[in-house]
Ligand binder design. Structure first.
Ligand SMILES: [Zn+2]
Length: 532
């Protein structure tokens, strides 16, 4: 099995996963198909661009048995694309135990020539007490070990791509169990990880918890592809992708449709509550909400399912394009503004250092700083870290000047004037999101590739920029005893007021000759020159 990553942003990756029946372009949504009662024609799914589907091996075994072994799963469900099979874990979650063991299940999945198989697992679900969760995880691990023996005995040495096995990582909110399972499966050489059953978690909109689980898995296994079970909501898809999941499956499109729920980019609304369709797919173009309500039940379920699939596809495509554009941060932030629970999850991103690894060092497009939280986007975090070594210098006179609209700062008129006045000094600009920026490197991304909006009129807005305060503290500490001139705009004045109280205090703390000069739109350079 090969998984090739072509582009990335945050944890999100555009990649290709090779299977026996073709390539999955990731991130990919994989619709759940029922092996017996599939309401939406699988050929339609393929036509809509869903090249891979997932179906249930347990139900297939129970219903078709030897016939499925003879025909193979592709013919059984009449789909010539990529087929993934879930082993019955979902049935275990729903009904407790099932009457088939891991060995029989593994043999069956091999016999029906599934492209991606999952060993029989025992999902922990969500909200399971720790002592039980351990038992479930250990049961899953034991099943996986038995499955591996079956795989070894059945592997053929041809050049054909065999079934890809996805290791079911259980444990849910018990993060140590997630980590333990992941490590073990990684060592057992599984190439694909499948994160188990967070359906209940997602239904409860516990996106922050979900983020912590995904982060735990990603920190343990940074590069292998990850499948997330049960993610089929327009808010969970961008979150899961941004955190590093590559595939997800769900039956949500049909389950919502059966419940008359119409999907849109931020969630679902009941069909009877809609007057205007906010969508222009072929279904929404053919019916008014009222007309769709008037159709027969089966017709309505099919049409709503197709519309829901269209929304999911659009969501996946939007996320993919955001990765290519280097705008996944902007995209996930805009989604987060539509739901506080998603915002709770995104607020954890500042602690997830691995998101920096996937974010390109350089982007063609300017990045946006719209709100205080954007100070934590990986590009800004990385820049502030990098800059620290340039802030330590041997000049005795240092000038801090607010960043101008001209990028890079060293090409602005004001910089040139300051440099004329202080030929023996070192000039820095500052910006609420990037901190203190040495002029000499003000052409480095993203110092010269950003667009800022900052609220300036509230009394305490500066209090939200803790990374800026840290950057200032570092700057003043490493340059103790020097002559420092701070040309202070409103933002800097507030920072000084809230965190250092006064000019006198800041001089006392940092034992430097610090002068603070008010910045004005047309600053008089004579005033500054008097200071030196
Ligand atoms: Zn539609």
């Amino acid at each position: 099995m090969s998984f090739e990553v072509r582009y990335s942003d945050l944890g999100g990756r555009i990649g290709k996963l090779n299977t026996a029946h073709g390539i999955i372009d990731t991130p990919a949504f994989i619709p759940v198909v029922h092996p017996i009662n599939q309401i939406v024609d699988v050929k339609l799914l393929k036509k809509m661009g869903f090249g891979a589907i997932i179906t249930n091996a347990y139900i297939t075994l129970k219903h078709y048995g030897d016939n499925a072994r003879k025909k193979g799963i592709h013919r059984i469900i009449d789909f010539d694309g990529i087929v993934m099979t879930d082993s019955g874990g979902y049935q275990v979650l729903e009904y407790g135990n099932i009457d088939i063991g891991p060995i029989e299940m593994a043999k069956f999945e091999i016999d029906i020539k599934t492209d991606i198989a999952v060993p029989l697992d025992k999902p922990t679900g969500f909200g399971l007490e720790y002592s039980k969760a351990i038992k479930y995880v250990n049961q899953t691990i034991s099943n996986v070990k038995e499955t591996v023996e079956v795989i070894k005995n059945n592997s053929c040495n041809t050049n054909e791509i065999n079934t890809i096995w996805a290791a079911p990582v259980q444990g849910a909110e018990h993060l140590d169990l997630v980590e333990q399972s992941a490590k073990l499966f990684d060592n057992m050489n599984f190439k694909l990880m499948a994160l188990g059953s967070p359906v209940e978690l997602m239904e409860a909109y516990e996106f922050a918890k979900l983020s912590e689980i995904i982060c735990t898995l990603k920190k343990t296994i940074p590069s292998k592809p990850i499948h997330l079970f049960g993610a089929g909501h327009p808010l969970t898809i961008p979150l899961a992708v941004a955190l590093g999941c590559d595939m997800f499956d769900s039956a949500s499109y049909i389950l919502y449709a059966k419940d008359n729920r119409y999907m849109h980019s931020n969630g679902t609304t009941r069909l009877e509550e809609i007057t205007y369709f906010p969508c222009s797919c072929s279904i929404c173009n053919s019916y008014t909400p009222h007309e769709l309500l008037e159709t027969t039940e089966i017709e309505r379920i099919i049409q709503l399912s197709l519309h829901n699939l269209y929304v999911l596809k659009k969501e996946v495509n939007s996320v993919k394009q955001s990765i290519l554009d280097g705008r996944l941060w902007e995209y996930i932030m805009s989604k987060a503004h539509n739901h506080p629970k998603l915002m709770d999850a995104v607020r954890l991103f500042k602690n997830f250092d691995y998101l920096e690894d996937g974010t390109p060092i350089y982007k063609n497009k300017a990045i946006y700083f719209n709100e205080p939280y954007d100070q934590y986007r990986p590009e800004a975090k990385r820049f502030r870290k990098m800059v620290t070594k340039y802030i330590i210098n041997n000049k005795n006179k240092l000038i801090l000047y607010p960043e101008t609209k001209i990028h890079p700062f060293y090409s602005s008129k004001n910089f040139i004037k300051i440099k004329e006045l202080f030929s023996d000094g070192e000039v820095f600009s500052y910006n609420p999101f990037l901190g203190v920026i040495p002029a000499e490197i003000s052409d480095i991304f993203p110092a010269s590739h950003n667009i800022i909006s900052i609220e300036n009129d509230s009394q305490s807005f500066a209090a939200n920029y803790s990374t800026f305060v840290d950057a200032m503290k570092f700057f003043l500490k490493v340059n103790q005893g020097k002559n420092i001139i701070i040309i202070a705009n409103e933002f800097m004045k507030q920072i000084i007021h809230y965190f250092f109280y006064s000019q006198e205090n800041i001089i006392k703390i940092f034992n430097s000759n610090i002068k603070i000069v008010d910045y004005k739109e047309n600053i008089l350079f004579d005033e500054i020159s008097e200071i030196q």
